[in-house]
Design a protein around this ligand. Structure first.
Ligand SMILES: [Zn+2]
Length: 94
């Protein structure tokens, strides 16, 4: 697998959460802690700061965020978007 495209992120999160995640990214609220070809960990600061991580393997996508939303939330959208740009533009960090 590879980083989820915008189309997949929108499908996972729904349009409202997708748009809010994109806004978070534009506002510079996302900090990547780790990113490689199989996933990432990040911190997103909104009303509070949340830790999140996304990973995938042959089985599919595993996503977790500390926030109370029990779904693919805007934080995961923002993190996945930034991690994908980082990986695709600059290669693997570290
Ligand atoms: Zn969240």
């Amino acid at each position: 697998m590879a980083y989820p495209s915008d189309t997949i992120l929108r499908k996972l999160a729904g349009t409202a959460a997708f748009e809010r995640g994109a806004a978070y990214l534009r506002e510079g609220r996302v900090r990547l802690l780790r990113a490689d070809e199989s996933g990432f960990e990040a911190q997103v600061s909104g009303s509070q700061t949340y830790q999140l991580r996304l990973q995938w393997d042959g089985e599919g996508l595993t996503a977790h965020c500390d926030c109370p939303v029990d779904a693919f939330c805007k934080h995961l959208v923002a993190g996945a978007d930034l991690a994908r740009r980082r990986i695709c533009t600059h290669g693997l960090p570290g």
